[in-house]
Design a protein around this ligand. Structure first.
Ligand code: CNA
Ligand code: ZN
Length: 295
């Protein structure tokens, strides 16, 4: 696989699979949210526990959050505090995007991730669209009042026995953080809840996809809409390279057939393995040597 002549105008859509190599679980793989969420340990109401059993993503639903912020904050706590402690480091996949930018090829990175690892590489923030928001910025879901991430994390840590474990004895209101402005317990990281609108920027930026000659789709199951619509916003002449250990997006028209003209799949490899190979093919190995934690 080489970027060849195509790749003068590269757009990228990433998902949780580019960060699993850094140690952050995705949603749908083994060990991810679907596997690990324990409704019985989250002391929310009976009805909420039942709904979460049927669909673990209920913890990141807007309706649930407005009824009771506890399950969201309880499940998200390790992610919030891990981000605060900069526990995770950008992977080869994140660095590949930075190298593309250095080459003047990257037009835009749409990331569904909320972990902020993209920015650790020094990529220009203006090239990145955070489709689902960011965990490191905090505001009130009700009135929009912002709160510094440091202050928020101090409160998230308070009154918690073990910050990395769900406490079955914890009273439901124990993690609630009241808004300094409207006083409602709706303060949370600026991540987009299921049922909420995406940031305006996503809709403002999608028309740019009309200039794409190459779309890299990496580490996403392509099941969350409208983020997944990116694959159909590019021109029909645009190559689409799916870097994922499983074949995704068939229902969106990604073609994995032998005669596929514009779609290429990386095969059952990790994102980092594929991007390392691409780095070698592009002759960019020297750039990796400056990144200490990857050596
Ligand atoms: P997902 O639905 O969990 O899909 C991840 C995809 O990546 C799956 O197809 C996996 O097979 C694949 N995958 C996982 N690890 C690797 C790997 N190392 N190499 C190759 N493929 C791999 O996640 P999506 O991003 O598609 O779903 C969108 C949600 C998940 C967004 O709203 C995110 O905010 C949310 N999320 C984000 C993070 C994060 O920011 N790191 C973590 C967990 C969930
Ligand atoms: Zn408020």
């Amino acid at each position: 696989m080489s970027l060849g002549n195509q790749g003068k105008s590269v757009f990228v859509l990433t998902g949780a699979g580019v960060s699993t190599g850094a140690g952050i679980p995705d949603f749908r793989s083994a060990g991810g949210l679907y596997d690990t969420v324990r409704p019985d340990l989250i002391t929310a109401s009976f009805l909420q526990r039942q709904k979460m059993r049927m669909d673990p993503t209920y913890v990141v639903e807007r309706d649930m959050f407005f009824q009771n912020a506890f399950p969201y904050l309880e499940v998200r706590r390790p992610f919030i505090l891990g981000t605060h402690q900069q526990q995770w480091k950008a992977t080869i996949s994140h660095w590949f995007m930075k190298f593309l930018e250095e080459e003047g090829k990257l037009k835009r990175l749409f990331t569904q991730n909320i972990d902020g690892l993209d920015y650790q590489t020094g990529i220009s923030p203006g090239r990145v669209t955070n489709v689902h928001g960011s965990i490191a910025r905090v505001s009130c879901e009700g009135c929009g009042q912002e709160m510094p991430f440091d202050d928020f994390c101090t409160q998230v840590r308070a009154n918690i026995k073990d910050i990395y474990k769900v406490d079955p004895e914890a009273p439901e209101e124990s993690t609630n953080i009241p808004c300094p402005s409207c006083k409602r317990p709706l303060v949370k990281p600026n991540t987009i809840l299921f049922g909420s609108c995406l940031p305006e920027e996503f809709f403002e930026r999608t028309p740019e996809l009309g200039q794409a000659d190459l779309l890299l789709v990496a580490g996403t199951s392509l099941v969350v809409s409208p983020a997944n619509s990116v694959v159909n916003e590019v021109p029909s002449s645009c190559m689409r390279v799916i870097v994922n250990r499983e074949q995704v997006g068939r229902d969106l028209g990604i073609d994995y057939g032998i005669s596929a003209a514009r779609d290429i799949w990386s095969g059952e490899r990790t994102c980092d393995e594929t991007f390392l190979e691409l780095i070698k093919l592009m002759g960019w190995q020297d750039r990796l040597r400056r990144i200490r934690h990857l050596l």
